[in-house]
Design a protein around this ligand. Structure first.
Ligand code: PHE
Length: 357
């Protein structure tokens, strides 16, 4: 028994890891281990012999078991120490001072616009960028032969021969969302819809993809005066000034009657764009009273309801507010440009906290 004890306690002391310990355990005190084999021999002994050998074997078994668990705990401690050494981290190092990403001016301005109109009770609606020509044109009182279709420089989706789904276009404006919102929400209604739109056009103030925000308010007694008030309040809040010169120009859209285009006073002196001064005007939106045919297309009774609508260029008003001279740079994905014009990621625009900082 002393030999067994020497042998196993020695092996346990030298075990390198838990797997080695387990092998030792099986060989020593496992069901078919050496100690168990010895215990089986008890039956062949005389009662006197058994009285001595039995307790001694049990004591040996206990001793080996406790040596095993002590060694096991020791190995686990050593493993934890090694891991802590490996994964050491200096939490006193300073954090990186500048976050890597910035918010694109178009996203920032969309948030600002949403915050202002939310304050006036408008909620945000959305629609698909690829839409049917019915939503983009017909439902907005622009039938197939209407010259407005050609004027819009529309991108049509390719149709394979035999494809008889309705023709799809890249939406040329956010106005189709007027129809979709009327269909799903009915009247009364107060929504804005910011989003991307597409037209085949390219120069300093036009890009083939740009952004608009649509506005639509429908109720029992809405007039042109409400439209004017809402737009003036919006422009003051957005440019964070007490007054901005706006020019309401009589105009024509098939989906509004009467219609007005709104320009904002600005100057382009020395290639820099300044708002509120100078003799130039930049058109920022189209607007008017929703045409009865449009209400009907959206499933709303034009005898009972009326409303105003507007569509404003988000990129345009971003250029004006943040002094960006060329619209095309918005979509060049130039990181240096973005670092210059981008916004801190955690500054959420709110009316009370300030829109832009
Ligand atoms: N959809 C028009 C455009 O893109 C703008 C507009 C919207 C005009 C709503 C009137 C009413 O030019």
């Amino acid at each position: 028994m002393d030999d067994l004890k020497q042998k196993y306690l020695g092996q346990i002391a030298n075990a390198a890891d838990e797997a080695a310990l387990e092998t030792i355990r099986v060989a020593a005190v496992g069901k078919k281990g050496e100690v168990a084999l010895k215990m089986r021999e008890l039956g062949k002994m005389t009662p006197e012999e058994r009285q001595v050998a039995g307790p001694a074997l049990n004591a040996l078994k206990d001793e080996i078991n406790s040596a095993l668990s002590a060694k096991k705990a020791g190995l686990a401690d050593a493993a934890l120490d090694a891991r802590l050494r490996d994964e050491w981290l200096d939490v006193t190092l300073p954090a990186r001072s500048r976050s890597q990403g910035t918010i694109h001016p178009v996203s920032q301005v969309s948030e600002e616009v949403t915050a202002i109109f939310a304050e006036m009770g408008f909620s945000v609606a959305e629609g698909p960028r690829i839409d049917t020509d019915w939503y983009n044109f017909d439902a907005l009182n622009i039938p197939g032969h209407h010259p407005a279709r050609a004027e819009m420089d529309t991108f049509y989706m390719h149709r394979a021969e035999g494809d008889n789904r309705p023709p799809h276009v890249l939406r040329t404006h956010t106005s189709p969302v007027q129809i979709r919102s009327m269909e799903t929400m009915g009247a009364p209604l107060r929504i804005i819809c910011p989003g991307g739109v597409y037209r085949a056009d390219y120069d300093q103030t036009h890009t083939p993809m740009f952004h608009q925000v649509e506005g639509l308010a429908i109720d029992k007694d809405i007039s042109m005066a409400h439209l004017k008030w809402v737009l003036e309040e919006f422009v003051k809040a957005y440019f964070e000034v007490d007054g901005v010169d706006l020019r309401f120009r009589a105009s024509h859209f098939p989906f509004t009657e009467p219609s007005a285009e709104v320009d904002i006073r600005c100057s382009w002196e020395g290639g820099t764009l300044k708002v509120g001064e100078g003799d130039d005007w930049l058109e920022i939106l189209g607007s008017g009273m929703v045409h009865p045919n449009v209400l009907k297309a959206g499933g709303i009774d034009p005898e009972a309801w009326q409303g105003f609508a507007f569509g404003m260029g988000i990129d345009r008003i971003a250029m004006l507010k943040y002094g960006v001279p060329d619209l095309r740079a918005f979509f060049d994905s130039d990181l240096r440009w973005l670092r210059h014009y981008g916004f801190a990621a955690l500054d959420q625009p709110t009316l009370h906290g300030g829109l832009s900082r």
